[in-house]
Design a protein around this ligand. Structure first.
Ligand SMILES: Cc1ncc(COP(=O)(O)O)c(C=O)c1O
Length: 478
């Protein structure tokens, strides 16, 4: 029988390569049950390797039951090893999915998993989960992380608390009380793997398949995808210049997802009267409001509006925050601040999902916050974002003028340009990309048909001169 095993000098030891070649040949039916394998001497000669190597491979096959040695007569493929058992990478039986699995698979078809552009854009107005990583004090961060890694007491390397390390929960609660007027203490805080996990936990803990759920339209696709996978019945609530219109909240929804400090994606800031109306709606329906405060640290003009959670005196608001934009998104640390009555269910859900968030990173972040380094870094971020926003708005004024309307510039780290003339979003995005300018169409964030095209531009990752040049080029496109 013509039988060859391709061998390579690099990689695995030779005996393993021989073993694997024979194993594959048995599983694929090249050698069938009771067939005699080539003699070790013949195979060694054929492969130009030492017989000892082949012997080792045969020993392994015998030990694992693929073959049996029959005294002096040779080695034979074991009984019961039918042909065609080899696993091919492309083999995939049609397995039954749960309702969640079916919905998740459907969502996957529409999800933008992160990938690299084949040609990076020179002026990329990227937004969403992307902070100013270039200016993050990584040296400092590494030093703290290394110290915790070296000196972590044994108990810290064991399973930790499901809700997160106490030091981090305390640091988070002090920070959000001060900076976002969130009413909480460490016992309300659950540390999660990014706010995406918080959204997922909300769906697990509060939503049954078919439950009516209110969601802003347009909305954050990360929330929409989680809710779709959970089988929620989505009720889009229209958003205008002032954000979500509370008068249009559905009568029967049990949960509403909102982004009041910088509506995602339009950037509208929900005025106080509307915030109170949202809370009234929740009270009258015994509903829960989920406040996703993804960008709440950046506010540029007017009275700072504090969190919706801080206005809630009944314990109906779940507040979600993230370090993705202020530290870096690969850290995967966010927090969910729950009303007291919901803390046990959320803590247990987190434990059931993944036990808890990685301890060393939590301890590092806790120290970064409690020693004031986070606050200092935030001040730098705010300063840079202010300068970048000014450069963006002034160059829009200069190069685009009356051709566009701007929204979302009062807070956050991205704006939306609404061209006044009828244009096709995709065409503009493609033309801009051809000039090296990354801008992003807003229509994918709508559940209903958008009334006009819009373009999203993030400004937290580019310096002022790049921003100006990017907008100048965009002026050519528009
Ligand atoms: C509205 C909104 N919520 C939350 C997040 C952050 O998600 P995470 O904390 O999981 O990185 C983003 C990031 O893009 C966002 O745009």
């Amino acid at each position: 029988m013509q039988f060859v095993i391709p061998l390579s000098k690099k990689g695995d030891p030779l005996f393993r390569q021989v073993y694997r070649g024979l194993r594959q040949a048995i599983l694929s039916g090249t050698f069938r049950a009771r067939d005699r394998l080539p003699s070790t001497r013949d195979l060694a000669e054929k492969l130009s390797i030492s017989r000892a190597v082949v012997l080792l491979a045969y020993e392994q096959l015998v030990a694992e039951g693929f073959a049996a040695s029959r005294g002096g007569s040779g080695t034979y493929v074991s009984e019961g090893l039918a042909r065609g058992r080899a696993k091919k990478l492309e083999n995939s039986a049609s397995l039954k999915l749960s309702p969640y699995g079916t919905a998740a698979a459907e969502v996957a078809a529409t999800v933008d998993f992160p990938g690299r552009r084949s040609v990076p854009l020179r002026y990329d107005f990227a937004y969403g989960g992307r902070g100013d990583v270039e200016n993050f004090p990584f040296e400092m961060w590494r030093r703290i992380l290394l110290r915790h890694a070296r000196k972590a007491p044994v108990h810290q390397l064991d399973y930790g608390e499901a809700a997160g390390s106490f030091a981090l929960r305390e640091a988070i609660s002090i920070h959000v009380r001060r900076s976002r007027a969130v009413l909480c203490d460490p016992s309300h805080v659950i540390v999660v793997n990014g706010s995406q996990q918080a959204l997922d936990l909300v769906a697990r803990v509060l939503i049954e398949r078919g439950d009516p759920v209110a969601i802003e339209d347009p909305q954050y696709q990360g929330a929409r995808e989680v809710l779709r996978a959970a089988g929620a019945c989505l009720h889009p609530v229209p958003v205008d210049r002032d954000g979500l219109n509370p008068g249009q909240l559905p009568k029967d929804a049990c949960v509403a997802f909102v982004t009041p400090s910088h509506q995602f994606p339009t950037g509208a800031i929900l005025p106080l009267a509307r915030r109170l109306a949202v809370l009234d709606w929740a009270r009258s329906r015994n509903a829960v409001v989920v406040e996703d405060d993804y960008d709440g640290e950046f506010r540029y003009e007017g009275q700072p509006l504090e969190s919706l959670q801080g206005l809630d005196n009944e314990g109906r608001v779940i507040y979600i925050g993230t370090f993705s934009r202020t530290v870096f998104s690969a850290l995967r640390i966010g927090y969910l601040i729950a009303p007291k009555s919901l803390v046990p269910a959320f803590t247990s859900a987190k434990w059931l999902c993944d036990r808890h968030t990685a301890t060393l990173e939590q301890e590092t972040l806790a120290e970064f916050i409690s020693t004031g380094m986070y606050e200092r870094h935030l001040r730098g971020l705010r300063r840079r974002n202010t300068a970048r926003r000014e450069a963006l708005l002034s160059s829009i004024q200069k190069y685009l003028g009356e051709r566009v309307e701007v929204t979302g510039d009062g807070s956050g780290t991205h704006i939306v340009l609404w061209p006044r003339k009828r244009v096709l979003e995709d065409t503009i995005v493609a033309h801009a990309a051809a000039l090296g300018v990354g801008i992003y169409g807003i229509s994918r964030y709508f559940l209903t048909r958008p009334s006009r095209p819009g373009l999203m531009l993030g400004y937290s990752r580019m310096n002022e001169s790049r921003i100006r040049e990017g907008i100048r080029l965009l002026g050519e496109v528009l």
